[in-house]
Design a protein around this ligand. Sequence first.
Ligand code: ARG
Length: 464
Amino acid sequence: MTTSNKDKLWGGRFTQATDSFVEDFTASVNFDQRMAAHDIQGSTAHAKMLHKIGILTDLELDSILTGLEKILIDINNGDFNWSVALEDVHMNIEAQLTTAIGPAGKKLHTGRSRNDQVATDIRLYLREEISHIDAELHRLKTGLLNLAEQEHDTIMPGFTHLQVAQPITFGHHLMAWFEMLKRDQERMQDCLKRINIMPLGSAALAGTSYPIDRFMTAELLGFDRPSDNSLDSVSDRDFAIEFASAASLIMIHLSRFSEELVLWASTQFDFIDIPDTFCTGSSIMPQKKNPDVPELVRGKTGRVSGNLIALLMLMKGQPLAYNKDNQEDKEPLFDSADTVVNSLRAFADMIPHVKAKRQNMYQAAKQGFSTATDLADYLVGKNIPFRDAHEIVGLAVRLGIETHRDLSELTLEELQQFSGEIDNEVFNILTLEGSVAARNHIGGTAPNTVKKAIENARKHSAAT
Ligand code: ARG
């Protein structure tokens, strides 16, 4: 089955019509129509530039701009008739413009190709998505700061190898998440620097013979500057790969965060309560309250990192300049942007409502000999070399394990059998409060240090 090529914008040199399956197979309009607003934004700037250099008359510019505005309204209202035969968002809009305003519509594509047009659209699209991501990251970071402030002196066990290691403050733990998200935000902003360069004017691959003003279009579109090489700018999608990579790191961070929330909400840990509004029940087990939001975010991390691999592989075999392969960049990018925005949104909504179960956290920190390092440091203070101190504490821990007691519950006499240097003051440093308060250098877990870190973070985020 074939359909006629007479309505196609490139039909001239063809004698046979496109196979109808090939038409469907090669079309992108079903997904790239999502960039319609960006396409119209690009066309509007291009038309104004063509007018400035004398290619469009006042009247022609006017009817193009009015026509494009009307098309955008129709698209937003769902009144636009998308046609697969017209292949993609670019040709659908251009064809409709010509139908609506007549011959002036046919002049819009002067000095332009779909190759520089699509590269421009993706950059405009990503720039907008980055601003949504930035806003959600900011909201989530603010939620974390508030919770960290509230819990700056809440004691919990810190883990290595998921074994109780040393006591820490919950505020400090939350600030670790804050730091990761801060870097994520910086990474997105950094990638934006390379996204915000304008390909328009590169035309198909070699530039154009019209006296175009690329600085004018760049300025109209809010790009930092026009790109420096036409071949490069219609073909490379490294900026999209960078975006997908920064998006993957956000998801990896959210996934690690999710894992902790899921563990902490379990009956075994019982460190936090996640409000009912962010959980669901089980259709068979009436007692269940499942932490669906963090679980789903953890699960969605797979597709976002999959999209990164898809984009990397998309690029790897492409000779210069544009190849149709690049049409495959859109679905992974759209999916990554949507997934990241939605996951961040769910987290930003949820985090302010997470409740710490302080008593349970405290009790858990008391188990697992979490102040053993403090005892070793105490012995070092008594001039015992650290390695010997380590050995002495190991013996004390063994006695604790055998008699089911924490180090702070051993008697002075019992402790002294391992080292005569130990005196009654040892019990001050064996407390959880003493242990966290001692770590009061920059980056440490002491409640006062955490408060300072929160203050600095608030200043920094107000300044950016
Ligand atoms: N739909 C195409 C894409 O997404 C637009 C560019 C097509 N260019 C071409 N010469 N076939 O990449």
